[in-house]
Design a binder for this molecule. Structure first.
Ligand code: AMP
Length: 219
C-alpha cells in the first residue's frame, strides 16, 4: 500500500503517519526527518541542505528535494512493504515529480490523506511539541505527553523543542504551506481519491476517521 499524507505543520500528520505505518505494516517515510538526518550527519547532501536554513521554515529547492525523495523510494523497504509518505510533496512541482516517478515505476497511490486544522490551534499545538534528540520520536505536552518530563518513552533520549517550533517561524511555515503546498494538494484532488479529515480532534479520534476511510479504500 502506498499513501501520501498532507496537513499543515502541527496538524498531527507525523503521529497519524506512524499509526498508519504500524496498522498497515508499511514504511513511514518522513521527509523532514530525512533532511534533518543529513544535516546532523553532515553528509554531502547535508552540506547542500544547510545552505537553505530549513530551521527558519524555508523550503529546499525542488530539484534537490526530488533527488533525495527518489533515492529513498528506491530503497528495499519502500518497494517491498509500501509506504506512508509525509512532508513530500510540498510544492506543485514536487507533486508532479512524484506522480511521474510513480507512473514510471508502474506504481499507484492507494490514497491521499489531507488533515485540516485551524491556524490558531496549530500554533498552540506546535509550541507544545517536543521531539527526541536521539530517535526523532514526537510528543505533544497537550495531547500526547511523554510518561516522564523531557525523556523519550521509546529510547530514554532527551526531548527538545525544534528550532522551527517558535511562534514566528510557525506562522511563516503556515504561510508557506498555504502558498506552496495547497497547490500540490489540489493537484492530487483532481487526480486521486482524496480523504479529507477533520484534524481539530484528539489523536485517537482523528485516527479512527482515517482508518475507517482507508479500510474502505484498500479493500
Ligand atoms: P517538517 O519536519 O516536515 O516540518 O520539515 C522541516 C523543514 O524541512 C520544513 O519546514 C522545510 O524547511 C524542509 N522541508 C521538509 N520537506 C520539504 C520538501 N518536501 N521540500 C522542501 N523543503 C522541505
Amino acid at each position: 500500500m502506498r499513501f501520501l499524507i498532507f496537513g499543515p505543520p502541527g496538524s498531527g500528520k507525523g503521529t497519524q503517519a506512524s499509526k498508519i505505518a504500524e496498522t498497515y505494516m508499511i514504511s513511514h517515510i518522513d521527509f523532514g526527518t530525512i533532511l534533518r538526518d543529513h544535516l546532523q550527519k553532515n553528509t554531502k547532501l547535508g552540506k547542500e541542505i544547510a545552505k537553505y536554513n530549513i530551521e527558519k521554515g524555508n523550503l529546499i529547492p525542488d530539484d534537490l528535494a526530488i533527488e533525495i525523495l527518489e533515492d529513498r523510494l528506491k530503497e528495499k523497504d519502500a518497494k517491498k512493504f509500501g509506504f506512508v509518505l509525509e512532508g513530500f510533496p510540498r510544492t506543485l512541482a514536487q507533486g508532479i515529480a512524484i506522480d511521474n516517478f510513480l507512473k514510471k515505476s508502474r506504481l499507484k497511490l492507494d490514497a491521499v490523506i489531507n488533515i485540516n486544522v485551524d491556524e490558531d490551534l496549530l500554533v498552540k499545538r506546535l509550541m507544545s511539541r517536543r521531539v527526541c534528540a536521539n530517535c526523532g520520536e514526537s510528543y505533544n505536552l497537550l495531547t500526547n505527553p511523554p510518561k516522564q518530563d523531557d525523556i523519550c518513552d521509546k529510547c530514554g533520549g532527551k526531548l527538545v523543542t525544534r528550532d522551527d517550533d517558535k511562534e514566528q517561524v510557525i506562522r511563516k511555515r503556515f504561510r508557506v504551506f498555504k502558498a506552496q503546498t495547497e497547490p500540490a494538494i489540489n493537484f492530487f484532488r483532481k487526480m486521486e481519491n482524496i480523504i479529507d479529515i477533520d484534524g481539530n480532534r484528539s489523536v485517537d479520534e482523528v485516527f479512527i476517521q482515517i482508518k475507517q476511510k482507508l479500510d474502505k479504500m484498500v479493500k
